[in-house]
Design a protein around this ligand. Sequence first.
Ligand SMILES: [Zn+2]
Ligand SMILES: [Zn+2]
Ligand SMILES: [Zn+2]
Length: 682
Amino acid sequence: MSQNQLKTKSGRFLKNTLVAIAVALAFIGGYYFATLRSHLPTETVSAQSGNDTIHRESEKTQLWTCSMHPQIKLPNPGKCPICFMDLIPLESHDHGDEYAGATQYSMSETAKKLAEVETTSVKRERAFVKVRMVGQVYEDETRVAALTSRVDGRLDEIYINFTGVHVDKGDPMVTIWSPTLIKSQVELFETMRTGEEEESVIKGAVEKLIQYGLTREQVKEIREKKKPILNVTLRAPISGVVTKKMALLGQFVKEGTEMYIINDLSNVWIKMDAYETDLPWIRYGQKVTFTTPAVPGRTFEGRVLFIDPMLDTKTRSVKVRVAAENPDFTLKPGMFVTAEVEAEIDAKGKVIKREWAGKYVCPVHPRDEASPVPGICPESKMALRPASSFGYSDDPNPEMPLVIPSSAALVTGKRAVVYVEVPGERPTYEGREIILGPRADDKYAVYDGLSEGDRVVTKGNFKIDSAMQILARSSMMNPGESKPVSEAAGKEEVISKLTVPEPFLKQLTPVIETYLSLKESLVRADSSEAAKAATQLTEKLKAVSTTGIDKKAAGTWNKLSRTISARATMLAATQEIDKQRKAFDPLSETFAKMVMGFRHVMSGPLYLYNCPDAFDGAGAYWIEAKQEPHNPFFGDIRLKERSMLGCGDLAETIPPEFGPQAAKEDSAGNTPGARHEHGGGK
Ligand SMILES: [Zn+2]
Ligand SMILES: [Zn+2]
Ligand SMILES: [Zn+2]
């Protein structure tokens, strides 16, 4: 893209028409083109060409790709991590267009210290993917009994008058007056009188009474008293809770009439909803821990018993049934629970259950014990099945996955980038696109792109990434210069910082304030205020004059402000909060890089926050004026998703320039890399 083209395009953009938006999009394409990270789909990006001047490759390396999955671009030959086909060499003219290859950034030891760059070694270690589910307690459907009348008769007494009552096996439930029962008792006395010797006849009469619902104790009593009982008491067949009462005083019941339903709640089921995206980690037999707001402070345990093979297409969720013991009856049907399953994974992302590896298990008794040989479960009489048939790895010595701290991965859309420390005279970092596995607690599993022992940047990586983009922009405006990135940085006090005079930074204050009010509108899910603030943001950006700042900084400013404006225009064009938030994600990221590159003269520091869970785990960045995250990427805080409001990891503290706080760069109290946790409601 030549300077002339740039001028033409920016001229059109200022007309603020639909055409201008399209052109602006092309700009963003060109802008992200030069970078490792892109919010735009590959198609948009690859439509661009002729951006050679902005490439910063210190060396040309052969890359390998998959003919079926062109997004795969790896430094070494091998198998495609998605389909396991052999990789083919990537054509050199493609090379570097979307993938910047060995893009390196180096800085002085002082700059490294000021930027607070920290690295850690890539390791193989046990990794547990945590899946959260919500659900409700239900009765175990295999532990339900009905008290049914086995004779015709009249209910003369009702002992259990309402549902919810706990009864023990044998407790009286009703008394029944039944001519059939009286007749059967009389028959028993007759057999006793006439044939003392004929035990089998007596036995037949006794069994008849038991068939009619009397207990052996009751029959014994009748035999001893030798007098028929007119009103016979019917007793609870099992211990449990009465969940249904149909019996009415004075009611005539027939043989087969159900009078009560009793649930044995010493074991319960939890019916959970699992998201489609979490299904790869849920397996029969996994231990589930859960809590309920009804019993604060206590954690319960269960086992996955059944995973519904059908997906609810409306909610994109699947029912997961968990069996839990409930010996003290604390769990009651209807209680809401929040549950967590931990799936251990191996290097390829296969789920592991060490106790079961290569063994056979009962399909209805999910216990840790497993049989080394096939057989039959003595309780269920069902054939044992190989654990692998439930989706577990069969390997008794599974290879542990490569893991990196989650703060090391910069995730945007489908891509993930890490900065790896490479040997050099000065601290040097190389941007690498990697294939991420699932998130495991505060770590990510890595399927490809890193090796054991590589040192990845865990802190300061956003700064390095932002420096790469800002400096690439500078060089684009000055195509004659092609110095190594670190030298182009000029003054190296803080990496990526451009030196601009105070009056310029003063102009940024209203821009930052408008950004903050736009962000707060999104926190409140107020789409009409957000649209207004976005329009204001484009106006405030336009009002900034680059008079008095050097050509390089002016060029960088123009590029960044156009990108932010284009996104703000898109945001303002819709009233749908979800679309606004999608537009805000790249806007906010570019805005953050702008603030980090130019700095500011606000009254206090600004804070860069990251929520790695936004956009299905792609993550998102935003700027706060206070050291307290107000997450703009999740639901309406006035409603139920309140707990997401406070969700955010502090990634950087950006102190003001020229003010009293200006020198506090390296003591600003950053706490990035802290464990990211949801549900800490504010
Ligand atoms: Zn493939
Ligand atoms: Zn069994
Ligand atoms: Zn979050």
